[in-house]
Design a protein around this ligand. Structure first.
Ligand code: SAM
Length: 213
């Protein structure tokens, strides 16, 4: 969900840099070949992720929720020359499209794919990261946060997606779904955490940027 009018959003997109031809085709193929294409972050958020990554120039990025690899490639645009991105997704059916576009981008040697449940692999990771992008199942966001904070380097940046959950985080609803309950607690925890400084932005479905202090 977007929180600004289509007209304003179109204006923002048309006054931002364009995505590459590879990303444009990946977006198209995602819409043709996957059951839930709206999960892709898309052109505007993709340029935002690329921009943040280019500002940080990370050596190590971690992404939780690869999907077809659109956000992976956007984040990878900012990597240092020898930098790498570790990306996790538990849907093995996505590997074919991911691999096709990772190879096309010539970034494949800098991308490490983990096709497994994030809850299983996160406790095994030994590296520390400059940038972490959290964009997987919302039910586990609080659990992920417990693993992520120790994995972030000091001054490392965490970007968390869908934190406004179509605006449900501010709706009074007695039958609130589990994801909304978790996201409310997650946003509370990010804003109060002693090791994090956070700003929540109404970009697309809500993005939080946190820095480890
Ligand atoms: C919103 S999509 C990610 C979109 C992607 N970051 C992009 O912008 O193109 C969420 C992804 O998380 C994956 N996922 C869901 N639960 C997971 C889990 N427990 N472990 C790993 N991946 C998971 C799904 O298979 C899906 O591809």
């Amino acid at each position: 969900m977007d929180f600004i009018s289509k007209k304003l959003l179109d204006y923002c997109i048309s006054h931002s840099s364009k995505e590459s031809e590879i990303l444009k085709e990946l977006n198209r193929q995602t819409h043709i070949r996957t059951l839930n294409p709206r999960m892709i972050c898309g052109r505007h958020q993709g340029r935002f992720l690329s921009m943040v990554s280019k500002i940080i120039r990370p050596k190590k990025i971690l992404e939780i929720g690869t999907f077809t690899g659109y956000s992976t490639l956007c984040l990878a645009e900012g990597l240092e020359t020898q930098g790498t991105i570790d990306t996790i997704d538990n849907n093995f059916e996505l590997k074919k499209i991911q691999n096709y576009f990772f190879n096309l981008s010539r970034l494949q040697n800098q991308i490490r794919q983990f096709t497994c449940d994030a809850i299983d692999i996160l406790p095994m990771l030994k590296d520390k990261y400059d940038l972490i992008f959290l964009d997987a199942d919302k039910r586990n966001y609080l659990k992920y946060l417990n693993f992520i904070i120790p994995l972030l380097k000091k001054k490392g940046v965490l970007i968390s997606d869908n934190v406004l959950w179509s605006g449900k985080v501010v709706k009074a609803d007695d039958n609130e779904d589990l994801e909304t309950q978790i996201l409310k607690k997650f946003n509370q925890k990010l804003s109060n955490h002693k090791d994090l400084e956070t700003v929540l932005l109404p970009i697309r479905d809500g993005i939080s940027i946190s820095i480890k202090v």
